[in-house]
Design a protein. Structure first.
Length: 109
């Protein structure tokens, strides 16, 4: 959030903070959530670069379309293991995974 917007909201009585503050997460928990979101975003990006539908990806990882949608949305019920296995099924290399985990932009197809 931009600093000027935060100041305007605070001036009107709103409390401004991070998601971690709001949910009472530890630094480790916040880092884990961020990691899962990076993997989820990378999965969607790679799937689109491969020109696959969620149904096609679901078949490749022996899952369902609704599960793929949950993976891409970063649903808490999705394991990191499933995200990583799905990325590998789409041809991601260990270097691609490291790039995602490090938060670097761009993913090779």
């Amino acid at each position: 959030m931009h600093e000027d917007k935060a100041k305007r909201l605070e001036a009107k009585g709103w409390k401004v903070g991070s998601v971690g503050d709001f949910l009472g997460l530890t630094a480790d928990e916040e880092a884990f959530v961020e990691l899962k979101l990076r993997l989820a975003g990378g999965l969607r990006e790679r799937r689109l670069l491969c020109r696959l539908s969620q149904v096609q990806l679901a078949r490749a990882v022996r899952s369902s379309q609704s599960r793929v949608a949950k993976m891409e949305a970063g649903d808490p019920s999705v394991s990191v293991d499933l995200l990583v296995r799905s990325l590998l099924a789409l041809g991601a290399s260990p270097r691609d995974l490291a790039r995602l985990i490090a938060g670097k932009k761009g993913i090779a197809a």
